[in-house]
Design a protein around this ligand. Sequence first.
Ligand code: PRP
Ligand code: URA
Length: 209
Amino acid sequence: MGKVYVFDHPLIQHKVSLMRDKNTTVKEFRELATEISTLMGYEATRDLPLEEVEVETPICKTKTMMLKGQDIAIVPILRAGLGFVDGMMNLVPNAKIGHVGLYRDPDTHLPVEYYCKLPVDIENRQTFVVDPMLATGGSAVAAIDFIKQRGGTHIVFMCLIAAPEGIETLQKAHPDVDIYIACKDEKLNENAYIVPGLGDAGDRLYGTK
Ligand code: PRP
Ligand code: URA
């Protein structure tokens, strides 16, 4: 079973609380999403492999550690996942970016696919699937299905707020995928929105409501 990491870092908790606040502006919401994804990405990349290399400092030659050519892909689930890309790119500027387009049908709450474009060598990359919200889990499961269908194997999922239902569904469907979340909330409401949550992440990020 994939591990679930819940971040209890005070900076992350503080910033998520600001994002929850309905009075937070679109500009602030975007900036906070970027800041939190950098903080979460720092921890989620902890297991990237290192190798010893030789470097010449102004003083002498020395053996030191660098990333072992691990190629990384960041795959936001459109739209709201785009809010996580800049923050991750701050850490891994050479990462390739894939995109999976999904929206939830308002009646069934099931994900509907409208776009999928991934790096051609996705099978060789450590892939970070990013989306602020894990509600029913349907979108995350479908996005990871697409990535696996195209050969992806080393996949982790990162989100801001998760409902217990979404975590369980994702773990059952993809037991090999570790899940990084900033906050685990109480439940889903009758419209499959996370309670207390932060509302519709895409609308808050892009000011569409
Ligand atoms: C939101 C969110 C996730 C999905 C989570 O996207 O960004 O992708 O809902 O819900 P689930 O776990 O029940 O599938 P939405 O469908 O609202 O699309 P948007 O990002 O384009 O607004
Ligand atoms: N999608 C969102 O943007 N918010 C929720 O609470 C659930 C799904």
